[in-house]
Design a binder for this molecule. Structure first.
Ligand code: BES
Ligand code: MN
Ligand code: MN
Length: 466
């Protein structure tokens, strides 16, 4: 058994308990009511890096929540790995659908996780995955085997758009200089088949408001004679997809880079069972853009989804009313080379044009982000693959993901370095949903695999720079 594995075996209860303590703090960045908890979490993360042996750790203030920055520089001639993660989490609601309270972590055995999984908001996204890096670093320090320089940058606003991180990165290029960026904030195919995320979708997110009459009206006295904003809004939304489930906003696909037949053939080789997928979601049939497979639809193709819609009476019983206003929150996932600002502008123009004169429309853009795709012929990818191959016994498969980590494209632009996305979560871990969990196997496997990335990256870096 390797020294690393022995260390993990001897310390695994402590590793799990430390994560459980971190998960008890409700660091919900979206909700101001949790401000103290978010700030407190940054302190706990700082302390954990110090305890792991990081020689310099600081809390960097920003216009928003602080960034925890740490560095451990052992030799200027060695490569530097910059680890990014986030300590903020999504809101826990709908709270009623949790089987146990979101901030009272419990370990439960499941079919996907026979070794148990830790149930709590943020367990997988991203406290658990971020904390694997702290523990992997601890092992390398305690065993005196850290092969390279390491920098940590752990932020508290990922779930609300990372605007302070953008601000911070632009102002600290020197401090953040690195040879590769390493992130565990994505997933992998299964516990038997690791994968490396080679793409992320971008995001354009808007809120729309449709206003009809200046006040709520009796739906008998006025029904049929004035525009009902809820009727109009839902009709407008329905028209955003055509009969082939193509998005019907003019110009929306203009910059989409079509995957080649070779790329699509390669993608189709990844293990995937449509039957298991449908069964896990309890659906009879999947649904999406004609001409594309499920895995293409959720990764290399853009999408448009209503995330929330409201207006009118939703209380108990029936109230006969025509509401004055109706609202929706709409996200568009983007692929290279779509630009989030351009897409937001196209959406806004089109949405306004859909509205009849009987209503007023307001479109408010929220945060967005650029899509990202990374090649696999670089030493970062190769090092990650070697690390996975050693700990899982099989090669990792490159796979584009449908999720977004908007800051990754900015890292490339500002810091000129590639990002390697070594995620250890599973799609079934229910991130952002009730009953989010993270496998104990995945947590410990991550801690075991990360040090090997450092080792192989350093070796390949030195070979390349000899
Ligand atoms: N870690 C996720 C993104 C993710 C998860 C990417 C799984 C790939 C696989 C991240 O925390 C997240 O939730 N991002 C948001 C975007 C952000 C701007 C709120 C998303 O994708 O919705
Ligand atoms: Mn995340
Ligand atoms: Mn998230």
């Amino acid at each position: 058994m390797s020294a690393i594995k022995t260390y993990i075996d001897q310390n695994k209860d402590r590793f799990i308990n430390e994560l459980i303590e971190l998960l008890k703090i409700p660091s919900i960045s979206a909700d101001k009511a949790y401000k103290e908890a978010v700030l407190n979490t940054s302190e706990v993360v700082k302390l954990s890096l110090e305890k792991a042996g990081c020689s310099h750790v600081e809390i960097c203030e920003t216009p928003g929540y602080p960034i925890v920055y740490g560095e451990h520089i052992i030799d200027k001639n060695l490569p530097t790995v910059l680890v990014y993660g986030h300590y903020d989490v999504q809101p826990a609601d709908p709270i009623d659908l949790w089987d146990s309270p979101p901030f009272e972590p419990v370990i439960k055995i499941t079919a996907a996780h026979p070794d148990g999984a830790i149930y709590a908001r943020g367990s997988c996204d991203d406290k658990g995955q971020m904390y694997m890096h702290v523990k992997a670093f601890e092992i390398l320090i305690k065993q005196n085997s850290l092969p390279c320089n390491v920098k940590f940058m752990i932020e508290g606003e990922e779930e609300i758009g990372s605007s302070s991180l953008g601000w911070f990165v632009e102002r600290n290029q020197e401090k953040l200089s690195n040879d590769v960026i390493l992130i565990s904030d994505t997933g992998m195919i299964s516990n038997q088949q690791p994968s490396i995320t080679t793409g992320l979708r971008g995001l354009s997110y808007v809120e729309v408001e449709v206003t009809g009459p200046n006040r709520d009206l009796h739906s008998g006295l006025y029904g049929g004679a004035v525009a009902n904003p809820v009727n109009i809004l839902t009709k407008m939304i329905a028209s955003l997809h055509d009969e082939n489930n193509h998005i019907s906003i003019p110009g929306f696909y203009d910059k989409v880079i079509e995957a080649t037949d070779e790329e699509r053939t390669e993608m189709a080789k990844a293990p995937f069972s449509l039957e298991a997928y449908k069964e896990a979601l309890d659906i009879q049939e999947v649904y999406g853009e004609s001409g594309y497979t499920t895995n293409e639809r959720n990764s290399i193709r853009p999408s448009l989804d209503v995330n929330g819609v409201w207006g009118g009476y939703i209380g108990e019983g029936a109230k006969t009313v025509i509401a004055s206003k109706a609202y929706a929150k709409i996200s568009m996932r983007l692929v290279p080379d779509q630009d989030p600002d351009e897409i937001t502008a196209l959406f806004t123009e089109h949405f306004n044009s859909l509205a009849p004169k009987s209503v007023k429309v307001k479109v408010t853009p929220h945060h967005g982000g650029h899509p990202y795709v990374t090649p696999i012929d670089n030493i970062g990818y190769k090092a990650a693959n070697k690390a996975y191959t050693e700990t899982f016994g099989v090669n990792a498969i490159p796979q584009r993901s449908g999720g977004s980590i908007p800051i990754v494209a900015l890292f490339e632009k500002e810091l000129k370095s590639k990002t390697i996305l070594m995620g250890f979560g599973l799609d079934s871990d229910a991130i952002h949903s009730p009953n989010e969990h993270f496998g104990v196997f995945n947590y410990l496997k991550g801690i075991e695999t990360i040090p090997l990335f450092y080792k192989y990256f350093t070796e390949l870096f030195q070979e390349l720079n000899q």
